[in-house]
Design a protein around this ligand. Sequence first.
Ligand SMILES: [Zn+2]
Length: 152
Amino acid sequence: MILSCSDSRVPIELLFDVGFGDVFVIRNAGNACTQGSVASIEYGLEALNINLLVVLAHEGCGAIAAACADHLSLSPSLSKLVLHIREELVAGAVPLDPDVAVRRHPVLTARQLIGSSQLVQDRVNSGALLIEPACYTFDHGKIEWMGSTSAD
Ligand SMILES: [Zn+2]
């Protein structure tokens, strides 16, 4: 399963060369750890017995750029999401530079998913779930893999 940004320039099925029924995809602006994404991931683990989760960020992410910006002029709900991302970045000591943040944020999201769900944590600890943070690059059309995230 894949937690990715909602950005239409990140077409999951095309990037991973998969078809209908092949991948369980959860999307939101900035591929953030939200109650909805945690619940969807737990469904993927329990109902579908999925053993791989890719947290996929991308270059040029508007949500990450907004989280790094000094001033926000967003709707209340979007502000809440963007501020959540900003808090994750600051807590992770990530510079508020969008190019740096898009590569670090999926790692932070992976850690937060583990910390937010006992089910996710148990599956990672037992080796039943591998979480792979990554960043899709438009310039090169490649996916940069950040390394597996453990529960430590
Ligand atoms: Zn994005």
